[in-house]
Design a protein around this ligand. Structure first.
Ligand code: SAM
Length: 286
């Protein structure tokens, strides 16, 4: 990359506790010619705290496309730009994607300056498996869309995480309780790194009761982490004996009758035997 062009630095800022910022982030913000911020007033307070006085420009979801084109020109003229959001890591449920895309497509450098991120902070203390997880952003706003979302997640075997606001945390948990088993483990991480930080790990039923009964548990910012569905592998597999029996029965009767009889004889789960019977019948046709 030609050094005559400026670089875009994507800088993580604190999610509450102002000490949660890296030396490199502060240095980058001090050195940048421009700081593109979601809410310039909010970020000005943060910058003042560190004695940073660089020029702020606004980049929010309503002006992102237009402002990004202007910022690309600034980079081409050799200025360096730091992108920050109101809290945490830009682009994670925050503005910045159009800018980062545009700058990369133009072949200029985009440099990450990592730091706080609410979902990662919450996952690090959840005590749930995090080797694989999915981040879902904010849960949908309407009850029907939320229930559909929870239904979609019902059988996901890995941990999933979403952001939630104080206005919707209770409704969201109520909707979840209509769809997910009440013993599913949940972690509610509230006001992370702030004075009223609360991290609750409980089964869904108990977590809902707590949020329903405590006004404080409905205040602030939330990350909700949900344990993946526990699938008993034994229940998902058909044994060789069951398979043999099913294949003999399928020679003589319909899929439905063969499956019903196999369930009665073996006591295996109907869904598993039915799936296997369908596959056997399909295999014969192929
Ligand atoms: N980019 C940010 C990040 O890196 O985490 C997230 C920005 S998103 C607009 C704001 C949401 O993140 C909040 O509504 C809440 O769900 C979550 N969040 C941010 N700060 C938090 C905190 N201190 N404690 C718990 N959740 C937080």
């Amino acid at each position: 990359m030609s050094s005559e062009y400026g670089k875009l630095y994507v800088v993580a800022t604190p999610i509450g506790n102002l000490a949660d910022i890296s030396f490199r982030a502060i240095e980058t913000l001090k050195q940048a010619d421009l700081i593109a911020a979601e809410d310039t007033r909010h970020v000005r307070m943060l910058l003042q705290h560190y004695g940073i006085t660089n020029k702020l420009v606004s980049l929010h979801q309503h002006n992102e496309d237009k402002a990004s084109a202007g910022l690309l020109e600034k980079l081409r003229s050799g200025l360096s730009i730091a992108l920050v959001s109101d809290a945490g890591t830009p682009l994670l449920s925050d503005p910045g994607l159009p800018l980062v895309k545009l700058i990369k497509e133009a072949g200029l450098d985009v440099v990450p300056i990592p730091g706080a991120c609410a979902l990662i902070a919450a996952l690090s203390v959840a005590g749930l498996p995090v080797t694989q997880f999915s981040f879902e952003g904010f849960s949908p706003r309407s009850a029907s869309a939320r229930k559909a979302f929870f239904l979609e997640k019902l059988t996901q075997p890995t941990t999933w995480v979403f952001y939630e606001s104080s206005h919707r945390i209770l409704d969201s948990l109520k909707d979840m309780a209509e769809v997910l088993p009440l013993d599913r483990q949940l972690v509610i991480a509230r006001e992370l790194t702030k004075l009223h930080e609360t991290i609750v790990k409980a089964p869904l039923g108990a977590a809902l009761a707590l949020v329903e009964s405590s006004d404080n548990m409905r205040k602030g910012e939330f990350v909700v982490i949900v344990e993946g569905a526990i699938i008993d592998k034994k229940d998902q597999l058909i044994t060789p004996e069951q398979e043999k029996l099913l294949s003999v029965l399928l020679e003589e009767c319909s899929i439905k009758t063969a499956v019903d009889m196999a369930v009665k004889i073996t006591g295996a789960r109907k869904k598993i035997l039915y799936q296997a019977a369908l596959e056997m019948a399909q295999g014969k046709q192929d």
